[in-house]
Ligand binder design. Structure first.
Ligand SMILES: *Cc1c(COP(=O)(O)O)cnc(C)c1O
Length: 202
């Protein structure tokens, strides 16, 4: 559905909040745990991203809320400028978060343009599509999600439009191995219970 390559994958989580948390951690790991990480999202970004940043020790002053336009979509020129300023100030741009349907308004950010900025700046591109992501299944709406295939991670919430029980969120990475590398710890007592390659170990 997301046009991810074969390497794509992830797991179900307790909700979109936990998926966003996992995405930010994977981003930080991928970036080599920089000292001054900065996260970018529009002023319509979901509060769980602010909370996830706090949980992993990224202070509120390292969050950039980029203004949105009259359709509540992120202003791409402003994103570029703010990111440039941060670079000049010696900060470490870490992750651009796009809305795949903002919760208050349904707005879908200019994902394709954001993906291009992320690629150029070598910054992680996360799409929080917890609320609206499944609209990608409607042929009429698919176009609006162009750029999603270039995301490094996507949050989806089957407990919303898929009417699954509460506590069914989902985190998908374009390269699922990164998730494993980020969270893998092998304690002594589990050494004889190594999961099969490709097995999702919740
Ligand atoms: C609902 C929502 C979340 C949080 O999801 P929970 O499943 O409630 O943890 C995150 N982002 C967006 C855009 C949402 O709509």
């Amino acid at each position: 559905w997301l046009d991810f390559p074969e390497t794509g994958g992830g797991l179900l989580t307790s909700g979109g909040s936990a998926a966003n948390l996992g995405a930010l951690l994977a981003a930080r790991e991928w970036a080599g745990n920089p000292v001054n990480p900065v996260i970018y999202m529009s002023d319509q970004g979901h509060s769980s991203l602010d909370r996830a940043a706090r949980i992993i020790g990224i202070p509120p002053e390292n969050l950039r809320k980029i203004p949105s336009d009259e359709s509540f979509r992120l202003d791409i020129d402003c994103l570029k400028k703010v990111l440039e300023n941060d670079r000049a100030a010696g900060m470490d741009p870490l992750c651009i978060c796009g809305n795949g349907g903002a919760t208050n308004t349904g707005a879908i950010d200019p994902l394709e343009a954001m993906a291009a900025v992320a690629a150029q700046e070598q910054v992680w591109f996360h799409i929080d599509a917890a609320y609206g992501g499944f609209a990608v299944l409607a042929p009429r709406e698919k176009e609006a999600f162009r750029g999603m295939e270039a995301a490094d991670s996507v949050t989806l919430d089957p407990h919303k439009w898929f009417f699954q029980p509460y506590e069914t969120g989902c985190l998908l990475l374009r390269d699922r191995r990164l998730l494993w590398e980020c969270f893998h710890i092998m304690p002594e007592y589990l050494k004889d219970a190594t999961p099969e390659e490709g097995e999702v170990n919740f």
